[in-house]
Design a protein around this ligand. Structure first.
Ligand code: PHE
Length: 343
């Protein structure tokens, strides 16, 4: 019996010293001590050799031993679970954290979204179209036939001469596609990137972004055009901003007008942005030329419409005082991270 007691004692020491680093170690412990061929079982099996008068005392020792091993196993299991749930158990919580850089929207996206949401309030739907266009949608349908001098107003990147494939110079091409596919009433805005062959400088770029609008229905008047654009300006820049319309020329509208707003930078006193006039031009507009309507089989004696087009960069410049167009496409994080608009 002495031998058995020694065996139990040795086994207890072993159990107490057991270290489990992985789930496999825990399982190895279970097999070695608590498995069907394990040590606890085999020691318990020794009961049959214990003389009757010692059975009671021995039974207690063995039960205690079994409970001891089981408790040790439960502890190993618990530690192991805690470790796997929290692999950072040995982590130094006093270390400073890594900085997570959260992206922000590009200023042009912020302003574009804002413009779109203002026109959505007035019931305008958003229409998009291809950036590579044919001559018809970009020019011909817009009352700019070949050799029309006004084509020079927009220096064009041609991809192919004959037939002409080009990078759209305005999103009027999308208006053309809408008129091609929809019957009046039509009320859309067309946001998108446009391209013109200009030397890149602070004030010009070979691509920029436009939002053009088109509204065709019965009895649409120039007063509707003015009120719509006036609403836009007030929503975009606030109630104090003044507007003025100047007569202008576009082949696709007649009459045509450009709209100025009082300079937001100097409040009308005169500065570089408004070239000391107190006014800045923000968009072109006009009543859709009857020829354009007829190009799409829209009866110009029944329907009238207005159209307008603005540059997103210009609106953004006025809103955020960005004075160099190149900043928009250089993607310098120091520039971009200043814009944290939620839109
Ligand atoms: N398409 C013109 C441009 O790109 C803008 C415009 C649109 C003017 C609609 C009048 C009416 O310059």
């Amino acid at each position: 019996m002495e031998q058995l007691l020694q065996q139990i004692e040795a086994c207890k020491n072993e159990v107490a010293a057991f270290k489990a680093h992985t789930p496999d170690d825990v399982e190895a412990f279970r097999i070695k001590y608590l498995g069907t061929k394990g040590l606890v079982k085999s020691i318990m099996g020794e009961m049959k050799n214990v003389p009757n008068e010692q059975k009671k005392a021995f039974g207690q020792i063995l039960n205690q031993f079994k409970a001891f091993v089981e408790a040790a196993f439960a502890q190993l299991q618990a530690n192991n679970e805690a470790n796997s749930q929290n692999e950072t158990a040995n982590f130094d919580w006093s270390l400073p954290g890594d900085t997570t850089l959260v992206g922000t929207r590009h200023p042009l996206s912020i302003v574009r979204n804002q413009i779109v949401s203002i026109f959505k309030k007035l019931g305008f739907a958003v229409a998009e179209g291809p950036e590579i266009e044919d001559d018809w949608h970009n020019f011909g349908a817009m009352n700019l036939p070949e050799d029309h001098p006004a084509r020079d107003m927009q220096d064009t990147f041609y991809i192919n001469q004959n037939p002409a494939w080009l990078l759209r110079t305005h999103t009027s091409s999308v208006q053309a596609r809408v008129m091609e596919n929809q019957k009046p009433p039509i009320r859309v805005i067309c946001p998108g990137r446009v391209y013109r062959n200009e030397t890149i400088s602070a004030r010009a770029h070979c691509f920029f972004h436009q939002i053009e609008g088109l509204y065709i229905d019965e009895n649409v008047s120039f007063a509707d055009l003015k009120q719509t654009l006036y609403f836009f300006v007030q929503e975009m820049f606030g109630k104090d901003v003044k507007v003025r319309f100047r007569p202008s020329y576009f082949p696709f509208t007649e009459p045509s007008a450009e709209m100025d707003i009082s300079c937001l930078i100097c409040g009308g006193d005169g500065c570089n942005v408004c070239k000391h006039t107190g006014w800045v031009e923000i968009l072109g507009s006009g009543m859709v030329h009857p020829k354009v309507l007829e190009n799409f089989g829209i009866d110009s004696t029944k329907y009238t419409g207005f159209a307008f087009g603005m540059g997103v960069e210009r609106i953004c410049q006025l809103k955020y005082r960005v004075n160099d167009l190149r900043l928009y496409s250089q993607n310098d994080v120091r520039f971009l991270k200043q814009f944290t608009g939620a839109l």
